[in-house]
Ligand binder design. Sequence first.
Ligand code: LLP
Length: 419
Amino acid sequence: MHYFEYKKDELYCEDVPIREIVKKTKTPVYIYSYKTLERHFKVFDKAFEKIPHLICYSCKANSNIAIMSIFRNLGGGADIVSGGELYRALKANIPADRIVYSGVGKTEEELKTAIKANILMINIESEGELDALIQLSSRLKKEVRVSIRVNPQIDPKTHPYITTGLKKNKFGIIWDEALKLYRKMKNYKYIIPVGISSHIGSQILELSPFLEAVKSLKNMLYQLKTMGFEIKYLDIGGGLGITYKDEKAPHPEEYGDAIIKEIKDTGVTLILEPGRVIVGNSGILVTRVLYIKNVPGKTFVIVDGAMNDLIRPSLYGAYHEILPVTKHNTKKKRVDIVGPICESGDFFAKDRPFFEVERGEFIAVYGAGAYGFSMSSNYNSRPRAPEVLVKDDEFYVIRKRETKRDLIKGESIPDFLRL
Ligand code: LLP
């Protein structure tokens, strides 16, 4: 469900024609719909209204501070994985007590900043990290609330690059080991164990892996309770999948009902870290057709957006729906839609029947709200695209297009190389 719709043959985001936006911003450009973002957050939140819960939006999916502010205003917090994301969360005025911090490789500097900011909880992913926290918290004489991210060893049946809860993955800690670490925490007065967390993967389209994970977390919770721990939070991560093409993703309500059934009697506050399900279908990437190139047996539609703007097709072979911004014919032709980058992997679609388009036309790549801009780069020295937020009949540039000057920001030529 989203608010990108054709009125007659023109694509609109809410009440603004896409054409009007690109006239101002040029292409490529990311465009997000406020109404869609708000609706997705509210639907997800409502699915858990029967139990105490906190939605810590996983800002790696889309970390623009305007987007993060939307969820802050709706009562949400943030799931962060770096000092940079903590900085963004605080800039978006997300209260520290709504921030949880995951990640296998938090540096001492990052941990220190998080302790000082007094965030809700740090999800520990190794004994080394616990040791670092023990040292830092006693040096700072400051309590730190922690959970252990356990690896429940569950196969979420998704793309191998985005599974995280398997034995072979680098994430989390297996239960026996986690128990040892919880016991160890008892010896350190500044370490306050308040939660258990897990995250098993992303773009998960079945409920069963989530339920399996929640069941094992519940067992762990009871074990910890009998050992005298006061565990207040169960953080089940993110991962709920969305429809990019024709996948049948569970509705958040179904997901909520199934999880509530499992944990309603535990008395804990549930923490959720959704990313994609909130922002994925709330954004499009609009790009312009530069050239149509025919080679024997193949037609390339060459556009001005590229893998540096949206890497999901190149990296995961991900499918993104693509449609022309102005529909002017119904004839289709099998094409590859590719960018200008010097890599054969630079494509948005391969061998796909697509409306016949001409030079100068705009096309929209759907499902670009999650892991689109946030994974973009400057490869081939391409300035990053601007981001626009639409609300009703207004639009706001929430990030300007980078300039050429931005490309060399921080670079310098040592004296011995000067002319
Ligand atoms: N919590 C943790 C600890 C995570 O690692 C992630 C995602 C999430 C929450 C949010 O998961 P979501 O609800 O968005 O599925 N770049 C990939 C996705 C990588 C996901 C990494 N972790 C993609 O474009 O498909």
